[in-house]
Design a protein around this ligand. Structure first.
Ligand code: PAZ
Length: 344
């Protein structure tokens, strides 16, 4: 079997087995209208994916697996695409950082700290006026020109359904389409037909049987209790980059990201991904240093490091992985560093 055939089979198996999200039709309608309008105006359109993906353990989800991503890379990069005239579809994890508002959210300070009361009215504090005015002007312009479409997902399956639909809608754009895949996508998941319906019980007296949500007990639930232990037996998520490159959007420019924690693997694995999927660019980064340095790996330029000067770095609070995943506090210097990488 060729790589292409097995990728097609994996796609068909996955999307037959995993039901589409409820809001997929709405998202598709919005994306179609957005893409058509910008294609008619001759604009380039970029799909930026951003934030983590959850892996639910129960159909009525109480517990899920998550990752660290706050969506800083995606939200920051989206702003730079917008400033450079692109129309941006921002497919992000619900409640992760958004372009423009990111400057004032998920911060170590509350957004209220940017305000003060003056003559019975709420106004922006003097020291934040200049920066907020710049951000507000950029945001207002983008809104006026209707160049930002914000779509959201929560789970890995919702992410993949949206990615496939939007990619296929972007196909007619040919080389005027860019995919910038900064989302931190789970490699493992619980398939729908191996998911229990209700909250997994820890108390042995209340243990459920071995039925999955669809009442089928032939395969054990992927997340279940055995004795006092919770057993989680995840399945691999098919690698859809091959399908994106070869099938969904073959003429588009495709940029993928590679995250590692072991420095000795980063370049090797980035090159491996580039060779395997034959797309345009892999941007590699390490969890601990991702705010300060990335490596670009491409056929054209080989391996190229981009680093924020030491004088502009701070100890990154975001270097700490968080199971909760959402509260990735960033400092002003984190924001500046991310911008410094995004502008190159
Ligand atoms: O969202 P964030 O700014 O905290 O992190 C960005 C990132 C590390 C998730 C991104 O740069 C990345 O590498 N995404 C791909 C991860 C992967 O699936 O390998």
């Amino acid at each position: 079997m060729t790589d292409t055939t097995s990728a097609q089979q994996a796609e068909s198996h996955y999307f037959t087995r995993e039901p589409p999200p409820k809001d997929l039709k709405t998202n598709t309608t919005l994306a179609r209208e957005f893409i058509t309008r910008h294609a008619d105006q001759g604009h380039r359109v970029v799909l930026v994916t951003s934030g983590g993906t959850t892996v639910p353990l129960e159909t009525q989800t109480v517990r899920y697996i998550d990752n660290f991503s706050a969506g800083t890379r995606g939200a920051t990069s989206a702003e730079y695409f917008l400033e450079n005239g692109y129309a941006v579809i921002f497919l992000h994890r619900q409640f992760s950082l958004l372009p423009y508002s990111r400057h004032y959210s998920h911060n170590t300070r509350s957004f209220l700290d940017f305000m003060k009361e003056e003559n019975g009215k709420v106004v922006v504090d003097e020291q934040h006026q200049d920066q907020m005015l710049t951000v507000l002007r950029q945001y207002t312009r983008v809104k006026r020109e209707n160049r930002l479409l914000i779509l959201s997902y929560v789970t890995i399956t919702e992410y993949l359904w949206n990615l496939r639909e939007v990619a296929q809608l972007m196909r007619p754009l040919g080389p005027n389409a860019i995919f910038y895949l900064a989302a931190a996508v789970s490699d493992f998941f619980v398939p729908q037909d191996r998911m229990v319906e209700h909250k997994i019980q820890s108390n042995e007296e209340f243990h459920q049987g071995t039925d999955n949500a669809d009442g089928d007990s032939t395969k054990p639930p992927a997340a279940r209790t055995e004795g006092k232990s919770l057993i989680i037996d995840l399945e691999p998520v098919p690698k859809f980059l091959k399908q994106l490159v070869d099938g969904w959007a073959p003429e588009a420019m495709i940029v993928s990201f590679k995250l590692e924690t072991d420095p000795s693997l980063l370049v090797t694995k980035s090159k491996y991904a580039l060779n395997k999927y034959s797309h345009h660019l892999v941007i590699g980064n390490l969890l601990a240093t991702r705010k300060w340095e990335v490596v670009f790996v491409s056929m054209l330029d080989g391996e190229k490091w981009i680093r924020v000067p030491t004088s502009r770095r701070t100890k990154s609070l975001s270097g700490m992985p968080s199971l909760v995943g959402l509260a990735d506090h960033h400092t002003k210097k984190d924001v500046e560093a991310e911008e410094s990488i995004a502008t190159r």
